[in-house]
Design a binder for this molecule. Sequence first.
Ligand SMILES: Nc1ncnc2c1ncn2[C@@H]1O[C@H](COP(=O)(O)OP(=O)(O)OP(=O)(O)O)[C@@H](O)[C@H]1O
Ligand SMILES: [Mg+2]
Length: 319
Amino acid sequence: MSEQNILEVRNLTKHFKAGGKQVVHAVDGVNLTLKKGRTLGLVGESGCGKSSCARTIIRMYDPTSGEIFLDGEDITKLSQKQLKPYRKKMQMIFQDPYSSLNARMTVRDIIAEPLVAHGIVKKKEQSNDLVYPMLERVGLTKEHANRYAHEFSGGQRQRVGIARALILQPDLVICDEPISALDVSIQAQVINLLKDFQDEKGVSYLFIAHDLSMVRYVSDDVGVMYLGQLVEVSDAGEIYRNPLHPYTKGLLGSIPVANPKLARQKEKSSIEGDIPSPINPPSGCRFHTRCPYATQACSEAVPQMKDVGSGHMVACHLY
Ligand SMILES: Nc1ncnc2c1ncn2[C@@H]1O[C@H](COP(=O)(O)OP(=O)(O)OP(=O)(O)O)[C@@H](O)[C@H]1O
Ligand SMILES: [Mg+2]
């Protein structure tokens, strides 16, 4: 455990019961390290376990097994009551700004709620000195404070969600697809807002997205997840220059490219088929059923994470 790390996740596993004896292997043995003031991107197809991982880290869910260290402290087994001081340090921004904000509360009350919960102000009505500057900071105005969340556009709501997450000055913010539900024209503004906060306050982000293009400009490091497991982790620049895992290559192939010649080359590496069920994940390497390079060994043995040089980690029998 290094002092430089705001978050360390070891062998994190989250299984859900799915009726009868069936078990959903949503997260299976994930290891993550996030340095202070940095951004770790986490990508993978829908259903690969990104949100389950995020919600387990922030202890909305109890982990099935594994360990979570927040700023050096083991928070894996703390009760919800014991977690309270740590909640101030870690906040979450949700994918859907429509369902994640209470439409019947005023914007001021939404942002003030965590201030009251943590005893920073006694009543929401006393929070304006803190809430107004935060509204301005996220590109809204104090005139917005007395309006209701349902009166706002998606982009504005996400700004409220960000203000709420940042009002306690957390050290770690887990951003679960914070821009996926927004218009493309708004996405860059929200990303820039998050980046500016990082430059000012040194906040760390775990930034979740579907595809690699979205995390490209925000991440220092990137982890690629497939069916509950990490398959590749590396410095962000390196993973785009030199993707190793066939799944990562496939994800990069699914990024639209402007140059038609390049697009044709990339198309070859796009991934075929759908993600298998996490109830009965494939044996060996979970990706073998869709991998163009799979050999018999891939269906038999689970590939271990290997460092192939300067911290570029990959779990694949090809390496
Ligand atoms: N509370 C739950 N109970 C049972 N199964 C769940 C629960 N939450 C998630 N799952 C299952 O766990 C798997 C991973 O889901 P998760 O939402 O973590 O994926 P995701 O990568 O965030 O997907 P998306 O990109 O669509 O948000 C899915 O098969 C999902 O159906
Ligand atoms: Mg999700």
